[in-house]
Write a protein that binds this ligand. Sequence first.
Ligand SMILES: Cc1cc2nc3c(=O)[nH]c(=O)nc-3n(C[C@H](O)[C@H](O)[C@H](O)COP(=O)(O)O)c2cc1C
Length: 208
Amino acid sequence: MTHILVLVHSQGGNCLTLAEQALKGAESQPGMTAQLKRVPELEEEEALRAHPWTGRVYAERIHPLPVASIDDLAQADGVILGSGTRYGGMSAAMKSFLEKASPVWRTNAVYGRPAGVMAVASTPHGGVEQAALGMMVQLMHLGMLIVPCGYATPLLQRAGSPYGAMAIAGGAAGRTLSEDDLAVAHYLGQRVAEVTLQLGPKHLPADK
Ligand SMILES: Cc1cc2nc3c(=O)[nH]c(=O)nc-3n(C[C@H](O)[C@H](O)[C@H](O)COP(=O)(O)O)c2cc1C
């Protein structure tokens, strides 16, 4: 079976909700398996659980997720990354995970494989695009082929972004994800799965 890794860093659950939809979208394609994992946390467990806004969500929904290893990334046929926006970029936890993936870079383990990105910010111009584009750049260093959302479906006129599944939610304003936001994430999962299946099994280039 072909396999997609949905890899998320979420503290308040918004990116996780998008990731759950992307997972369903990927799994909707016959012949595709998918798994949702979180990147290792950089913050202290105790501090994450004690956070006044996000502690409960972290304890109930995020901590129970399996933690991804670099090997999970190496073995994936396709990848979908999701991160909350932190000071106008992806989270340090996501970036740290990707930086530790140098064995994947060295061995070309995901070279030429499809990847999509998701990001959530709490404010409309707070850097959600930069978070998504930053993840894309790192994926390109691994040789991955970016699968964007584009505008092939009218859904993208109402939510998301041509770059990927992006949304505004959380933070002090307490915005929640819309049904359209969820549908875009589902669509992205489906698209990454379709392209991954079209490419067929992995074929690793012998040399970089
Ligand atoms: C340390 C930190 C930095 C943040 N920086 C930004 C930011 O630059 N722009 C923004 O719009 N939101 C920012 N946020 C808000 C989050 O992006 C927002 O709450 C989002 O919903 C987080 O996704 P999550 O619920 O999956 O963790 C920040 C949150 C934290 C904790």
